[in-house]
Ligand binder design. Sequence first.
Ligand SMILES: [Zn+2]
Length: 476
Amino acid sequence: MRKIFVVALLLVLPVVMNADRLIRIPMQADSDFTIVRDMGYEIAAGSRVDGYVDVLVNQRFVDETMKRYPEARLLPLEWSELVPMDGRNEMGYYYGPNENALFWAELAVANDMVDSPTSYGTSYEGRDLYFVRITNADTDAPAILFTALTHAREPGSNSVIIDWAQWLTTEYGSDTMATFILDNAQIYIIPIVNPDAYEYNNPSGGDQRKNMNFTTPVASSGIDLNRNYSFQWGYDNTGSSPDPYSATYRGESALSEPETLAQTQWIDSIEPLGGFHYHTYGGYLIFPWGYINSPTPHQSTFESWGNQMAAQNNYQVGRAAQILYSVNGDAVDWSYGETTHDPMLFYTPEVDDNGFWGSQNDTTLIVTNNVECRYMNKLLCMNLLSMVGIEEGTGTRFEGTAMELSLGSNPVSAVLSYTVTGAVPTSMSVLDVTGRVVAAPSGGNWVIPASLQNGIYFLRAGNGTQTVSQRFTVLR
Ligand SMILES: [Zn+2]
């Protein structure tokens, strides 16, 4: 009996001794957060409003941390370590790398609306970076993008996207919104942005958040992909870190990593209207700007859509610095702010999972999170599609000569010039993001009124049988 106990202890000990643990520290004031961060703790989650911050510490430093913060609470081991019971495959109830590959391949085989996983590049270690497209619309229909696992220890983000794809394809034809979305949009999904580190975390469990580039061009513990995007990269040292061993190390240059470079090039090629870059955990819905605590020209849109989407799950809605801390070089700032493309309305939902791996042995919370996030996904798509109007780009579907509308330049500051070819328009209008007509230009040039707010607008041309529209940005 005693012998068995010793053997069991030996089996368990190495895991526990090397484990990282999450510790929840109460915050009385904003300054408490700064103190915790400046002590060098790795911040895993937290909220100024809810008054706590979760830090990730190696088992060896747990006692010391608990002594320093007597009010702190040690969170369960399975929140931070993957230790699935019963020998369940890969990552417990989360979908591991191989299970993902199988799921998406099978979904494509079973469903005409789902394309087979398609490569958009190669990871640092040579793995395929892939996306999946789901649609029943034409190839000129607007794109909406959902991504997961930019941080490889956040598998709850992947569960949400798998549920979303399953729901769309299952409910198409019976649910009004699923049908509308797939008839009018191209839904793009990247299930695993950071496949090398996800594989590293599989199956023994790990807390690798960054990518697996440990050597190029300097020695590091990997690069935080969500600080490596080009817009306002390295703006300051609080929103990202220059320290190669920090959890938020931004890399030596913007888009230095194959995962971010390939992804941004591919995103620019599909030009999504917007989407969700999914992360875990905490229950937040974050919108730009991330690098400073200031509103974008689309603050009212981000905020009103955000509040509407979070009405069921009560996620905290706001900018990163309002919720916890600023971030620079992240994906949503790049999506919205980078000038190589029109502004894309992206959010970062932080799924309300139990830590990183907390649902590995129990599907209860995964199911709840999926349902709550599905609601957000639906509303986001409906909002984005009503913003463009479903007629965008439909000219080529009509008989006869298709009307074409082209813009002189975009973004514009003073005068919008445009040309219509193929057919003669009988009406021209400029619409704002809510679909309200704000002007009726004529003659190929429209002088933008000084009172018009910066932001996204649509120029629409129609002649009774055809309507075409083009998106443009007013930026002064
Ligand atoms: Zn994350």
